[in-house]
Design a protein around this ligand. Structure first.
Ligand code: IVH
Length: 673
């Protein structure tokens, strides 16, 4: 391919990808499969790497992330980000309408749209290119989170059509509920706490330093407000139509996410509709926003210090129901974490019958003084499991007694412990508590761990009950004759089970490590550890300091892993698994490692770089046989120092005699060694 062809191809691919992205996110009508889309993106990435001079500033490959933001810069909003005045009932809305009509001297047209419960964002565009994205902050200044927002595929990087040279568009970024739930599920599998609600989760994600992580998270958005000098619109509706034509995801009339009405009665109908239909949306809303459509009239009405006089939010009361709390029971998770559960008189809430609600932890019960026999208010958040949010004290029976939180495990009667800084109680009897044992085995066989076909939770229950298994290692000693004696176990199921167990010795080390169910050692951490240490023996020999030194392994994870491996019972299980032929070393894939010139060398990569991203540099180190470590110590060989690296790191490297390389020096070293 000559230079001209490369340039043409890069432009063509960029355009093609943008169009497919638009079809997927704005039109809801993908024209190609995800697989083919990824192929196109890879091809473009590849070409851009080879011909960086032709990569567009806002190329679709930016979606993949990679940029690191250490400190989010504060930016003053050109137009303050105001809030909306709230209303909670019909009377408030009627008052609003009357105030507006009085000033207008005539009947007024309003727009209705959803009040998205996400994170407010202002995105500036210059000459059709995304220039900067800023959070709401305190309303007058916010944080520059441009690099992270660029990874969100529902936000266009480059506009189409007839857009103004410079403007800002505002809207909300949020997690679709399906994505939020999946995120919590994988956190749980990794032994991490669940995130409380989609809004906080979105806000946390947007402030992450590594945009690659943000890119993997599938945030979505709706944009609903264009601001700028001399914009040509006469109404809010026109404004949104125009924004849609430039490629933005705006609420559409055809989805009933947007409507224009002349009467307050119709507005009430819109509210009524969404107060029920919102239960079927894949994102959270907390009300309806009513705006005066006519821009001229908006100007006339003006603003108070905090909010426009031309708009009002109608806030839904979070749907709440009151029901009887019959009993508080306690669940034990596979890591021993105790969750108190409210067992309720069944009741209909937001479209489903609710029988149980989470009470979170002992503090929450004490704070609300929740007791058995109370009438409690139950609310549905972004989570599938509803929560108890209050108690009807007036109806409390005179005989009621404060809840005494359990002090012993409900399953094995071991005294519970509470780890400093954690809200939950734990059952420490990891190897003797039946629920924990079964939970650990279930985790061990799960798809992302050992992926053992022919075995499910029920069978584990059965095998445990008859005493055939007591831990995951016992799975490997099961024999046909014993299994055939069990109920519902025919020859075929038995063969499947045994074959599934046998096949699991092909599962790579990183997944075996994950399968062990060590707290905080989830899928990603396991991969990192396996890649770094290469074998279980190396991990077993590592000191706590050595574990903490691994890039992206924090103290909490390192401690959990270290103490897990101090336990004799766990070592015995690992040794047994080894003897059954499971993989406890990584099988080097020759293709990933290019050379061994950095063999045994430890690198710290820190700061912001010009030619390559931090991740690319780290990958190069691994490709050449080196190791990335997270912090500088005596054992570090090189510090690859970019811009904006803290002075403390440099000083430490100097005092320990660690060689400091600039990006250029590092690249030269790669090429000359
Ligand atoms: S219009 C001048 N429309 O709610 C006010 N805001 O409480 C312009 N919000 O700051 C805001 N959905 O973050 C508007 N359809 C919508 C909205 C919406 C959610 C948020 C926004 C705003 C806050 C006000």
């Amino acid at each position: 391919m000559d230079l001209f062809q490369a340039q043409e191809k890069i432009a063509e691919l960029s355009e093609q990808i943008r169009t497919h992205n638009y079809d997927y996110y704005m039109n809801d009508s993908p024209q190609i499969s995800d697989y083919d889309f990824d192929r196109l993106l890879e091809e473009l990435q590849h070409l851009e790497k080879e011909y960086p001079q032709f990569a567009e500033e806002n190329s679709p490959t930016k979606r993949v992330g990679g940029a690191i933001t250490k400190n989010f810069e504060t930016v003053v909003h050109r137009y303050p980000m105001l809030s909306l005045s709230n209303s909670y009932n019909r009377e408030d809305l009627i008052d609003f309408d009357q105030r507006v009509q009085k000033l207008a001297g005539k009947k007024v047209e309003y727009t209705c749209e959803l009040k998205y419960d996400g994170v407010a964002i202002g995105i500036q565009y210059k000459n059709g290119q995304l220039f900067r994205a800023v959070t709401r902050g305190d309303g007058s200044k916010g944080d520059d989170i441009t690099e992270n927002v660029k990874t969100i595929r529902a936000v266009p990087l480059k506009l189409k059509g007839d857009y103004p040279d410079e403007f800002e568009i505002r809207g909300e970024l949020f997690y679709p509920l399906s994505v939020f739930r999946a995120l919590n599920k994988s956190r749980e599998a990794a032994g991490q706490d669940r995130l409380a609600n989609p809004r906080n989760a979105a806000s946390g994600t947007l402030k992450m330093q590594d945009s690659k992580v943000v890119a993997s998270r599938k945030l979505d958005c709706y944009l609903y407000y264009v601001l700028g000098e001399n914009l040509p619109f006469k109404s809010h509706e026109e404004n949104l139509d125009a924004a849609a034509s430039w490629g933005f995801k705006v609420p559409k009339k055809s989805d009933k996410l947007f409507a224009t009405y002349q009467s307050i009665e119709e507005i009430f109908e819109f509210i009524e509709h969404w107060s029920v239909a919102r239960n079927h949306l894949n994102f959270e809303i907390d009300g309806i926003v009513i705006k005066v459509n006519d821009y001229y009239l908006q100007e006339e009405l003006g603003y108070t210090a905090k909010s426009p006089r031309w708009a009002i939010a109608y806030k839904f009361k979070a749907e709440q129901v009151e029901t009887l709390l019959n009993k508080i029971t306690y669940q034990v998770g596979r890591t021993g974490a105790i969750t108190p559960v409210a067992n309720l008189d069944p009741i209909l809430l937001a479209g489903t019958t609710v029988k149980r609600a989470s009470l979170h932890n002992a503090d929450q019960i004490a704070k609300l003084d929740i007791r058995e026999g109370d009438l409690v208010q139950v609310e549905k958040g972004g989570e599938i499991i509803p929560k108890v949010v209050g108690v009807n004290l007036e109806e409390r029976p005179v005989t009621s007694e404060p809840t005494k939180y359990i002090s012993q495990c409900p399953e094995c009667e071991t005294e519970l412990i509470r780890i400093e800084g954690e809200a939950k109680h734990y059952c420490p009897n990891e190897t003797g508590c039946p629920t924990q044992i079964k939970g650990k085995i279930t985790h061990f066989i799960s798809r992302k761990a050992m992926d053992i076909d022919g075995l499910g939770e029920e069978t584990i229950e059965q095998l445990f009950a008859v005493g055939l298994i007591y831990n995951y290692a016992d799975l490997y000693t099961l024999i046909e004759a014993d299994l055939l004696k069990l109920e519902r176990m025919a020859q075929k199921s038995v063969s499947n089970l045994l074959q599934g167990v046998k096949n699991s010795n092909q599962i790579p080390f990183e997944r075996v490590l994950f399968a062990l169910g060590i707290r905080y050692v989830g899928e990603t951490v396991s991969k990192k550890l396996a890649k770094y240490f290469k074998s279980m023996d190396a991990i077993l020999n590592a000191s706590l300091e050595e574990l903490v030194a691994v890039d992206e392994i924090g103290e909490k994870i390192a401690e959990s892993l270290y103490f897990f491996l101090q336990k004799e019972e766990e070592i015995e299980l690992i040794n047994r698994l080894k003897s059954y032929g499971l993989q406890f070393e990584i099988v080097e894939q020759e293709s990933t490692q290019i050379s061994t010139i950095f063999e045994g060398k430890a690198f710290v990569v820190s700061g912001v770089f010009e030619t390559y991203s931090r991740n690319e540099l780290k990958k190069a180190i691994e490709d050449y046989g080196g190791k990335n470590v997270g912090s500088i110590s005596k054992k570090t060989d090189y510090l690859v120092a970019g811009d904006k690296m803290g002075p403390a790191k440099k000083e430490k490297a100097e005092s320990l005699g660690v060689s400091i390389l600039s990006e250029q020096e590092f690249i030269e070293m790669l090429n000359t060694l």
